[in-house]
Design a protein around this ligand. Structure first.
Ligand SMILES: *Cc1c(COP(=O)(O)O)cnc(C)c1O
Length: 406
């Protein structure tokens, strides 16, 4: 890598701190690689290709690709800054960014499995992940078993046979079900499985699955990591072994890469991630407590409430309870639509983890692709809503909900 003013690295860079910095420092500073211009904010390298000073350098770059970027499908300086920053926040050896959360999810599983292999997954999960696991993979000869609930006996039974991948979503979208990452990882490792956790609902601020025994973490960075409704993105994080032997070869040749522009947006988003997630989670706690006092509501699914079945487990493996609330109303779908239409601040939208509070009716939108039985198995009924709590003042959000209820 050239180190002159047109190179990729700031010349005469002062040494990095020789202590382990806190996540608040990492989310602002980790991964920064300055050009010789010394720009404060991260540079945007909006280029697909790279040039070499000689034919030999081109050859060397292809045999030892860590030295020189070769093509933005494989890697790009702006994308690399985002990947390195997120890896630092997650405590992972390597991170690869992808063009969407689903690209991350699909590639994280597909890179490991072949016909005849077995995959075990949580039954409650985001509907596109459900489609990949229950429709595409079985069509390619992969056996997939979904496990409902948190019972250790049920997981031990499912993980009594050789298994290639265990895919966990916790908390789950939309009802915030919590499963024990440590318990499942220990069982999975006994039968040789790699444990992948979809950590979208918690974000790296509220849960670090690698510390609880998981092998791989995947994100939709579209959600809290951007958190401002701008870009689609995803990421996969894991050990050198998994990333170099499985993920990267699949990723490089199938091409679900992230645009450098989107990576640049995400670098700026990461700088405020903990402040945003903490405010959203505080708001969510207050709103969940308010909702649980309302006679119109049957179930408030939020792990921050002691009544939630996953409350104790969430306290053990998370550092907060998340930003999303499942709300199941008494009454009919018509009543629930009337409530949604009566809101004046909270938008009707199927995104989540956004600075703007958003409400959705999963049965008719995000989870409509699933059969009524599969929806019911996840606890989704015609009167279930998902509220993603944003950064607005909690008093205004509670007031908005109260006026729409009446
Ligand atoms: C949104 C979401 C995804 C998919 O991410 P995209 O960026 O929309 O592709 C995967 N898992 C969970 C839990 C999600 O909420």
């Amino acid at each position: 890598m050239s180190k002159d003013a047109w190179g990729y690295q700031e010349p005469n860079r002062r040494p990095a701190p020789n202590w382990k910095v806190n996540p608040q420092t990492s989310q602002v500073r980790a991964g920064v690689t300055r050009t010789g211009f010394g720009e404060t904010s991260e540079a945007l390298f909006l280029n697909s290709g790279f040039t070499y000073s000689s034919a030999q350098e081109a050859e060397d770059s292809f045999t030892d690709e860590t030295d020189h970027f070769v093509y933005s499908r494989f890697g790009n300086p702006t994308v690399a800054m985002f990947e390195n920053r997120l890896a630092e926040l997650e405590g992972a050896e390597l991170c690869v960014a992808t063009g969407s959360g689903m690209a991350a999810m699909f590639a994280s599983v597909a890179c490991m499995v072949k016909a005849g292999d077995r995959v075990v997954a949580t039954a409650a999960m985001f509907s596109s992940c459900h489609v990949v696991l229950t429709e595409f993979l079985p069509a390619w000869g992969v056996e997939v078993e979904l496990v409902k609930g948190t019972d250790e006996k049920v997981w031990a039974e499912a993980l009594s046979k050789p298994t290639k991948v265990v895919f966990i979503e916790s908390p789950s979208n939309p009802l915030m079900e919590i499963v024990d990452i440590r318990m499942i990882s220990d069982l999975a490792h006994k039968v040789g499985a790699t444990v992948i956790v979809d950590n979208v609902m918690a974000s790296p601020i509220m849960q670090r699955p690698l510390e609880h025994g998981a092998d791989v973490v995947m994100y939709s960075a579209t959600k809290h990591i951007d958190g401002q409704g701008r870009v689609l993105a995803g990421a996969v994080l894991g050990s050198f072994g998994y990333m170099n032997d499985y993920f990267k070869p699949f990723f490089r040749h199938t091409g679900p890469s992230l645009s450098p522009f989107n990576a640049w947006v995400l670098l700026k988003s990461l700088e405020t991630l903990d402040m945003r997630v903490e405010r959203m989670a505080n708001n969510a706690q207050k709103i969940a407590e308010f909702l649980s006092t309302r006679p119109e509501i049957e179930i408030v699914s939020f792990p921050g409430l002691p009544s939630h079945p996953g409350h104790e487990l969430a306290k053990k493996q998370m550092t907060g309870f998340g930003t999303t609330i499942g709300i199941t109303f008494k009454g009919t779908k018509k009543d629930v639509y009337k409530f949604m239409d009566g809101l004046r601040i909270i938008d009707i939208s199927n995104n989540l983890g956004d600075s703007k509070s958003l409400i959705t009716h999963p049965a008719s939108t995000t989870h409509r692709r699933l059969s009524p039985q599969d929806q019911l198995a996840m606890g989704i009924t015609a009167t279930t809503l998902r509220l993603s709590v944003g950064l607005e003042h909690s008093d205004d959000l509670i007031r908005d909900i109260a006026q729409a209820l009446s």
